[in-house]
Ligand binder design. Structure first.
Ligand code: TRP
Ligand code: SF4
Length: 331
């Protein structure tokens, strides 16, 4: 008997370079999940455009760059379907229909929406489209009838709304078309940015996956450490130091010794950072090499995305047919 694998859908917005925070948290989890699940990984360019519509110049380059990072980190197109949201137009069809049955209240109350409206200064997000961000996300997920959606905690309200939309649709049209997807919570990323805040493009405190060795060294030297440690002879408190988390993730076998040496003031921060920089240079080296190898034949990358588009379209068009039949919409 063939066991059908459960389906996963997840996505990232192509708004800039992927960094260590994306890798340790989301991407390395995706790489593992593709062994067990039928995975669809989507580059959410429509979602990016919802906030970047005034400035789309980098969208295409960012889209290819994300695909490149995914492949370099071990997303395997033989196992998973990698595609670009805007290339599968069924997303917009389902989004349009879902917008008819989604009440305004939950969209207006959505924490991500309220936060962005409040925090984002340099773009006008008080648009009709941006309010519908989670509705498009629900369409992304339900179009593929994904049962599982790996996401970070901030996305849970979007998942809840997706479930509500699925339930309402099924109820209105007496169908069982859409499963209610479960979130697979990505562990809180343990890696903070260089300045100790969440690693993020907007804080410019990240180490990107394609960083060259010199930049990695410079960035690691700029990292915040234990603020109480001013002189080399001051004993340090590794648990208060950001470097400590980096050792936990990238050199767990070295962490104990570093901890002890730091507490006893046997190692200075400059030296400790130097060692971590070399660990990261070594860690990111193969990813960089793989990126370069893929870039040598860009047509292969385009080929992977068009193959992904085909597979995504197959699944998506099937769902849209079923939706249209239930809604008495003609083809
Ligand atoms: N909103 C998600 C984010 O910002 C990206 C995304 C778009 C997504 N569509 C999705 C994630 C569907 C999971 C499933 O991270
Ligand atoms: Fe942090 Fe290392 Fe300095 Fe200790 S020695 S405070 S762990 S950078």
């Amino acid at each position: 008997m063939i066991m059908l694998k459960k389906r996963i859908l997840s996505g990232m917005r192509p708004t800039g370079k992927l960094h260590l925070g994306h890798l340790v948290g989301a991407l390395d989890n995706w790489v593992k999940l593709q062994e067990e699940y039928d995975c669809f990984f989507m580059i959410a360019d429509w979602h990016a455009l919802m906030s970047e519509y005034e400035n789309p110049a980098d969208l295409k380059a960012n889209t290819l760059d994300i695909a490149l990072d995914w492949l370099a980190c071990g997303i395997d197109p033989k196992k998973s379907t990698i595609f670009v949201q805007s290339q599968v137009r069924e997303h917009l069809e389902l989004y349009m229909f879902f917008s008819l049955i989604t009440p305004l209240g939950p969209l207006e109350r959505c924490p991500t929406y309220k936060e962005q409206l409040r925090e984002v200064r340099n773009r006008d997000l008080s648009t009709y489209g941006f309010l519908g961000y989670p509705v498009l996300q629900a369409a992304d997920i339900l179009l593929y009838k994904a049962g599982v959606v790996p996401v970070g905690e901030d996305q849970l309200p979007h998942l809840e709304l997706t479930r509500q939309i699925a339930r309402k649709f099924n109820h209105l049209y007496k169908s069982t078309l859409f499963p209610e997807p479960q979130a697979l919570l990505t562990k809180e990323a343990r890696l903070l940015g260089l300045d100790g805040r969440k690693m993020s493009k907007s804080y410019n405190n990240y180490i990107s996956l394609s960083e060259d060795a010199e930049t990695i060294r410079k960035k690691v030297q700029s990292m915040f450490t234990d603020p109480a440690r001013v002189r080399l002879s001051d004993p340090g408190h590794p648990e208060k130091c950001n470097l400590h988390n980096y050792y936990a993730v990238f050199a767990p076998q070295r962490k104990k010794e570093i901890d002890a040496a730091c507490r006893a003031a046997r190692i200075g921060c400059t030296e400790c950072k130097k060692e971590m920089a070399e660990i990261l240079v070594k860690f990111l080296g193969p990813i960089r090499k793989k990126r370069e190898a893929i870039l040598e034949d860009k047509s292969a990358l385009i080929g992977i995305l068009s193959e992904g588009k085909k597979k995504a379209e197959e699944a998506a068009s099937r769902t849209i047919k079923e939706v249209k039949a239930l809604l008495r919409l003609g083809d």
